[in-house]
Every structure is written in structure tokens, then in C-alpha cells.
Ligand binder design. Structure first.
Ligand SMILES: CC(C)(COP(=O)(O)OP(=O)(O)OC[C@H]1O[C@@H](n2cnc3c(N)ncnc32)[C@H](O)[C@@H]1OP(=O)(O)O)[C@@H](O)C(=O)NCCC(=O)NCCS
Length: 379
């Protein structure tokens, strides 16, 4: 039997390679659903941990089930000695995503649970924030702070990073930010994780590979770019319009705008916009929110918005939110990774449940019949 004619789709755009019940993106409406529930509604009413439970288990937890899930995370938040050593001895100028990737990978080397996919997934969710906060403190010359059992993931992260009682509203905002990043269809990092899971490799390997994919500037990173752009505008004392005009003249794209799937708007950006306004009103210093409104107005005047099918994406407003909470700019992409770990682990489990090895083909376009030339005869 001869193989059917291969289908060519470079970049795999618009190719369906898996069924999922986890998240659905409708770019036209637009809406983002987690297990059928509107993510905007969850952002308003639920929490990151309840949403993690929903994505993992397919239904909302009862109060007892949620308490028990939180207890399982609490039991795993502390780093084992081996993981703590990696994080605390990383060079202070190490790239935080590299440190996070190494720490997550090491959770299975120094695993202290039963080694099941669920146990390892819980460890990733619980330990990734601890590891990132410990790195943040170590590079500033401070001792790591142990997690507390009375705080959830977001509050614990702020507590472990700053070593002081977190502001309640800041913790709630960070919780919403993590929730909004929990899953997003078969993006590049999630696909990477599913490919790894499809070889029947373990879930920690899948998440480690996914972090590597998210690190690339074409995937994660725009929230950091937005903040760096605003800081640059502030430092250079230029007005927003002339700064952006210069960018467009140089053929650059304005970070925080445009999305492959959403055209009218990114529903996550709507939630972040409200939060960005709130934190901006309560925080001293430059008015980042007004600057972002000016950026949006400029692109509207330039007819980039709508006419070019681009609109604010999740990263436009999330950067200033993290910044106002005191999260270092180079931790913005790791924050995305921490939130997305829910989706990566859930998608790996979904792959295990109905697995088929992912093995596409590449078309060979190189030479043929090239002869081997002994090394001494080569020119
Ligand atoms: C996200 C992104 C990669 C999607 O790209 P895409 O779907 O391939 O969009 P296209 O390349 O088809 O762009 C369509 C048009 O809009 C313009 N455009 C797209 N994003 C733009 C941006 N951020 N700033 C200015 N112009 C933009 C393009 O230049 C193009 O114009 P043209 O038709 O005159 O060439 C792209 O919008 C981008 O690079 N955004 C900035 C980075 C970012 O915020 N990433 C986070 C995504 S969540």
C-alpha cells in the first residue's frame, strides 16, 4: 500500500492535530472558554486554584474538594534541597526563564512524592512560584522565604518574593492574572508539551519543553516588551505619538497589539485593562494606564486598529499590572509560565488519555548522491 500524498502546511497553521475539552478560543465572537465556562466570568468570580481544579477535573470542586486540592499544593510548595541549590546558586544575571526551566526540570530529579503524573503536576504548580521567588531574592542578596500554608499561590508568590505580608488586593489581582493565562488552545508551547507527552515521556519533561518554547520572543515576551517600551518613552521624555511614529517608520511592530486568533479584541485584554486602570489610579509615579490609552489612540488614528485586523492583546495591559505589583520586568514571562503550567499539565494528561505519537514529516529538499570525501582530500 502506498502512503497517501503528504499534506504541506508549513508552520501547521489551522491544522487540527488533537481533540481537547480544555479550552476553546472563538476568535470571531470573540471568547475564551475553559471547560465551556467563559474565562472572563471566571476571572470575575473564581480563583486561579479553583480554575486549575476545573481544568484538571472537568467540573467545579465542592468546598471540601477545593480545600483538599489546596492542601495538596501546600504540601508541595517548599523546594527540596536539590532544587533550592539550583535556584539559589544560579548566577545573578541568569535569565529567569532559564532558571525556572531548570528548577521545574529538577522537580522530578529530586521528587519526593509518588511519581505519578498527578503528583508531578501538583509539584510543578506548587514549586514553580517558590523557585522563581527564591531566585528573585537570591539575586538581590536575600535569603529565600518559606511558603505559608494560609496563603494561596498568588499571595504566597508575593510574600516569598518580597518577604512581607502581601497586599490583599495585589494578591487578588495576581491570582486573576494567573487564571487568565491558565490555558489557551494549542499554542506553540502547549503543542510542544503535547508532542513530548505523545512519546509517553513524563509530564515534567512536557512542561520543561513547553517553558523552552514559551521563552521565545514570538510566543511569550510581549508583556515585557510593552513595559520596556513605556519605560523607554518615560526615560527619553518623548511623547507617545512621536515615539510610536518612529517605531512604525522603522518597520517595527508595537508590542501588545495583534493576535493570530482574535481580531476584534482579546477578551483577556478587556479584563486586564480594567485592572490596569485600577492599579494605575492607586499607584504613585508615571501614569502607565494613560500612556497605554495614548498608544491605543495613536494606533487607532493610524488606522492600524480594526482596518489591519489588529487590536490590543493580553500583553498590552498585563505588563503594567505586574509592574505596579512590584514584579520585576524580567519575571513577566515566567509569571505567564506559572499560570500556563495548569494548561500544560492538563493538556499532557489529555494526550496520555487518548494518545497517538505526534510524528509529522519534513520534505527533503537537500542534495542527493553526494559522495564521501576522505578528510585529507578535502579542499
Ligand atoms: C501577534 C502577531 C505576531 C500576529 O501577527 P499576524 O497575525 O501574522 O499579523 P500580520 O502579520 O498578518 O499583520 C497584519 C497587518 O497588521 C500589521 N501589524 C500586525 N501587528 C502589528 C503591531 N503589533 N504593530 C503594528 N502593526 C502591526 C502588520 O504590519 C500587517 O500590516 P501590512 O498588511 O501593512 O503588512 C503580530 O500582531 C505581532 O507581532 N504583534 C506584536 C507582538 C505581540 O504583541 N505579541 C503577543 C501576541 S499575544
Amino acid at each position: 500500500m502506498t502512503d497517501p500524498e503528504p499534506i504541506r502546511r508549513i508552520g501547521l497553521e489551522n491544522v487540527v492535530v488533537a481533540d481537547t475539552e480544555l479550552s476553546h478560543i472563538d476568535g470571531e465572537k470573540p471568547e475564551l472558554l475553559y471547560r465551556g465556562v467563559d474565562a472572563q466570568e471566571l476571572a470575575e468570580k473564581s480563583s486561579y486554584e479553583e480554575t486549575a481544579y476545573l481544568l484538571w477535573n472537568g467540573g467545579f470542586p465542592t468546598r471540601d474538594e477545593l480545600d483538599s486540592f489546596r492542601g495538596e499544593l501546600d504540601d508541595r510548595r517548599s523546594l527540596s534541597h536539590g532544587v533550592a541549590e539550583i535556584v539559589e546558586h544560579a548566577p545573578e544575571d541568569a535569565v529567569p526563564m532559564d532558571v525556572l526551566r531548570s528548577a521545574v526540570s529538577a522537580t522530578s530529579v529530586y521528587g519526593d512524592g509518588d511519581g505519578t503524573t498527578r503528583d508531578r503536576s501538583l509539584s510543578v504548580l506548587a514549586k514553580a512560584p517558590t523557585a522563581l521567588a527564591a531566585f528573585g531574592r537570591a539575586r538581590d542578596g536575600y535569603e529565600a522565604v518559606e511558603p505559608r500554608e494560609d496563603l494561596d499561590t498568588a499571595a504566597n508568590f508575593l510574600y516569598m518574593l518580597n518577604g512581607e505580608e502581601p497586599d490583599e488586593r495585589h494578591a487578588e489581582i495576581l491570582d486573576t492574572a494567573l487564571l487568565l493565562h491558565a490555558d489557551h488552545g494549542l499554542n506553540a508551547s502547549t503543542f510542544t508539551g503535547r508532542v513530548i507527552a505523545s512519546t509517553e515521556s513524563d509530564v515534567v519533561s512536557a512542561v520543561t519543553g513547553a517553558i523552552g518554547a514559551l521563552k521565545g520572543p514570538l510566543h511569550g515576551g510581549a508583556n515585557q516588551d510593552v513595559m520596556e517600551m513605556l519605560l523607554d518613552i518615560e526615560d527619553s521624555q518623548k511623547d507617545v505619538s512621536s515615539y510610536l511614529a518612529g517605531m512604525l517608520e522603522d518597520g517595527e511592530r508595537v508590542p501588545g497589539f495583534g493576535h493570530r486568533v482574535y481580531e476584534a479584541f482579546d477578551p483577556r485584554a478587556e479584563v486586564f485593562k480594567k485592572i490596569a486602570k485600577e492599579v494605575s489610579e492607586k499607584t504613585d509615579g508615571p501614569d502607565w494606564f494613560s500612556m497605554l490609552e495614548e498608544v491605543e489612540a495613536f494606533l487607532r488614528e493610524e488606522k492600524r486598529i480594526h482596518e489591519k485586523g489588529i487590536s490590543p492583546n493580553v500583553d498590552l495591559y498585563s505588563g503594567t499590572v505586574y509592574y505596579s505589583l512590584g514584579v520585576p520586568v524580567d519575571f513577566f514571562v515566567p509569571m505567564f509560565a506559572i499560570g500556563r503550567s495548569v494548561g500544560w499539565t492538563a493538556q499532557a494528561q489529555e494526550q496520555y488519555d487518548d494518545n497517538r505519537l505526534v510524528r509529522p514529516r519534513a520534505e527533503y529538499v537537500g542534495e542527493r548522491g553526494v559522495e564521501y570525501v576522505p578528510i585529507d582530500e578535502r579542499e
